[in-house]
Design a protein around this ligand. Structure first.
Ligand code: 0RA
Length: 647
């Protein structure tokens, strides 16, 4: 740092540091990040925190996509320091002509500077918000960048984005060892309220990245609790599809295609199962495009066209049979579509939807050509797939008839809401809430405890458990479910209309035991598949009743999980703690239920989101699907928590 005398600016104790013009721009750039972190990383909660990790890992993945790196190690140490090591080429350290600074310093301190240095190849678009590693640097109390390149080890350190050292040679590494980059940082507590990374969230994303980058190994170690996982998938997206279908009955071995076309790289893996849902996930430059886009459109039309053409040619579909519809060919379809583009265009800030028009035709032609070739060469598999589509078509027709019946019935009954519903007096849906409560006795407590002005109660009997193994379509014929649909008012499936929603909040309130969890999963899956709009627009919630009431002397508290119970025991240090465990909602009297779970002033509720549809889908298939073994395994691996819930 320059050490000239301070200019006379009239102030006593003026700062000694002198900023030359270039440094001022650097500071301005990164100061903007610190002033409005949300604009760069979305938020400063745990998501924003994870964003920092993803941003740094994405940079290493770009290096892997360029073919220069095949190992990435991520470590969170006991003090919450994150270290990301890769064996790529290392960020160049030579002096960058425009700025007179080391390229490393420019990449680390200038917003959006990274891309300029990349030569060719596809970019992960530097994470969701495209901010680059300099934003991570700005939001870190300290950052240490180490480069292994040309036999030398270079290092530069930063504090809140400002260089604290020059780029210095700190050592040599032996000939024959790999070059690479080591990024170490500690998120700034002035920015992040809490530093508590979630292992599962990070691991899931690393797994996804490893699937999407064939041959890449990502090792993840969490030294806070010693957990560690390594992801490497020789099969790339073929392995991804196998993973998604692990708990499903498959109709054939996965089919995969990978082809370059007009500068785009198109990959797809397809495998049909005997499940009823569709599990198609799309990616553009490794970004999970949850809202689909042109690659998904191209893929879907290729599948529909190819299966219809084949079914006609092979005479499985006769002259007078109608074509298979898009819905018919999507049932039981598991697929990954991954495209890599030099200039991806995303339609929203969140990058959830791909916009490049040319990609539709590219995906469509690659998939049509290769998938029809697969069907020609595998007639047995082709027949199994088309039979499945025909069964789906028939089931859909039967379901449509059943649904019509429900809708006709509910139209007839439209003036009469279900008898068990205890409605509220508030008619404005923005201010009203519907509690869906498991069991009559809990329903009774909720009815007495509620604020009848804005809270309605619909008790459900345990009976819906009986339909768990059947198709969700059958659920529509269940009386309890029909009462729920009528009370909510929106209708289901294609007939869903949010403007008819009768309650702004629909709250699932079940017991904290195994049956309660079961019913909750079932209801969530029902909402996910038939009233997705309810979740998408944030109207679905899960109530959080307390697990315990504890008393020690005059202190009395409600406790919501075992972690808090331990904390309470530590805090009180008395032998005489009276712990009452609530097994079911029915054990609480109406006042307690209101106080702890329903009163907006005290309660916490979980808002249900559409995120992680892949994992939710997997869990549902596992719990509800036809394969018994994985369900057993799931119950065994969760036996501990199940026992805790049950005592
Ligand atoms: C710019 C140019 C080159 C590599 C990199 C950046 C690079 C960035 C990161 C970020 C994490 N790990 C990284 N590894 C490399 C290419 C340099 C060359 O051509 O040798």
């Amino acid at each position: 740092m320059a050490n000239k005398p301070a200019p006379d600016n009239g102030a006593e104790n003026a700062p000694v540091e002198i900023y030359d013009a270039s440094k001022i721009t650097v500071l301005e750039g990164l100061e903007a990040v610190r002033k409005r972190p949300g604009m760069y990383i979305g938020s400063t909660d745990v998501r924003g925190l994870h964003h920092l990790v993803f941003e740094v890992v994405d940079n290493a993945i770009d290096e892997a996509l360029a073919g220069a790196c095949d190992h990435i190690d991520v470590t969170i140490d006991k003090d919450n320091i994150v270290t990301v090591v890769d064996n790529g080429r290392g960020i160049p350290v030579d002096v960058h002509k425009q700025t007179g600074k080391s390229a490393l310093e420019v990449v680390m301190t200038k917003l959006h500077a990274g891309a300029k240095f990349g030569q060719g190849g596809y970019k992960v678009a530097s994470g969701l918000h495209g901010v680059g590693v300099s934003a991570v640097n700005a939001l870190s109390e300290w950052f240490e960048a180490t480069v292994r390149r040309d036999g030398q080890i270079y290092r530069q350190k930063y504090v809140r984005g400002v260089p604290k050292t020059e780029v210095k040679v700190v050592g040599k590494y032996p000939k024959g060892e790999r070059s690479g980059q080591i990024q170490r940082f500690y998120p700034d507590k002035q920015i992040f309220k809490e530093i508590d990374y979630k292992f599962d969230v990070l691991a899931q994303r690393f797994r996804e990245m490893a699937f999407l980058t064939r041959g890449l190994t990502i090792s993840f170690r969490d030294e806070r609790d010693g957990r560690a996982m390594t992801f490497y998938f020789e099969g790339g997206i073929t392995s991804f599809v196998r993973y998604l279908n692990k708990n499903r009955g498959v109709l054939h071995a996965p089919f995969t295609v990978a082809r370059a076309i007009n500068g785009s790289q198109i990959e797809a893996a397809i495998q049909y199962t005997d499940a009823y849902g569709e599990s198609v996930y799309t990616f553009a430059n490794n970004i999970n495009t949850v809202d689909g886009g042109t690659h998904l459109t191209g893929f879907r039309s290729a599948i529909t066209r190819t299966l219809n053409d084949y079914a006609r040619k092979s005479n499985i579909l006769k002259e007078n049979d109608p074509n298979l519809t898009g819905d018919d060919v999507r049932e039981g379809l598991t697929a990954i579509v991954s495209v890599k583009l030099e200039e991806p265009q995303f339609e929203s800030q969140t990058k959830a939807k791909l916009g490049n028009a040319e990609v539709k035709t590219q995906v469509e032609s690659v998939v049509t050509e290769s998938f029809s070739g697969f069907l020609e060469e595998h007639s047995r598999e082709a027949k199994a797939i088309i039979d499945k589509c025909l069964t789906s078509a028939r089931a859909r027709e039967a379901a449509r008839q059943a649904r019509d019946l429900v809708i006709r019935k509910s139209a007839l009954e439209s003036t009469s809401l279900p008898g068990k519903l205890a409605d509220c007096s508030e008619k404005d849906s923005e201010r009203s809430e519907l509690y869906i409560v498991e069991g009559d006795s809990a329903g009774g407590s909720a009815k007495q405890g509620r604020d009848r002005k804005f809270q309605a109660i619909l008790p459900l009997r345990g009976k819906i458990m009986n339909v768990e193994k059947s198709r969700l379509d059958k659920m529509l014929q269940n009386e309890e479910i029909r009462a729920m649909i009528t009370a909510i008012g929106t209708g289901v499936g294609d007939g869903f209309d949010l403007s008819n929603l009768r309650y702004g909040r629909v709250v699932i309130m079940t017991d904290a035991d195994v049956d309660g969890a079961h019913i909750r999963t079932l209801l969530l899956t029902f909402f996910f598949r038939y009233m997705e709009g309810l979740i998408e627009h944030g109207h679905l919630y899960i109530a959080q009743p307390p697990l315990y009431k504890v008393k020690a002397g005059k202190t009395e508290e409600y406790i919501f999980d075992d972690k808090d119970l331990e904390a309470f025991k530590k805090k009180i240090k008395s032998d005489k703690i009276d712990i009452q465990r609530y097994k079911g909602l029915g054990e609480m009297n109406p006042e307690q239920l209101w106080e702890t779970t329903m009163n907006p002033e005290n309660r916490t509720m979980l808002q249900v989101g559409l995120e992680d549809a892949a994992e939710a889908d997997r869990t549902f298939e596992m719990l509800m699907g036809s394969e018994v073994a994985p369900r057993k395994r799931f119950i065994q691996t969760h036996a501990k928590s199940v026992r805790n819930l049950d005592v």
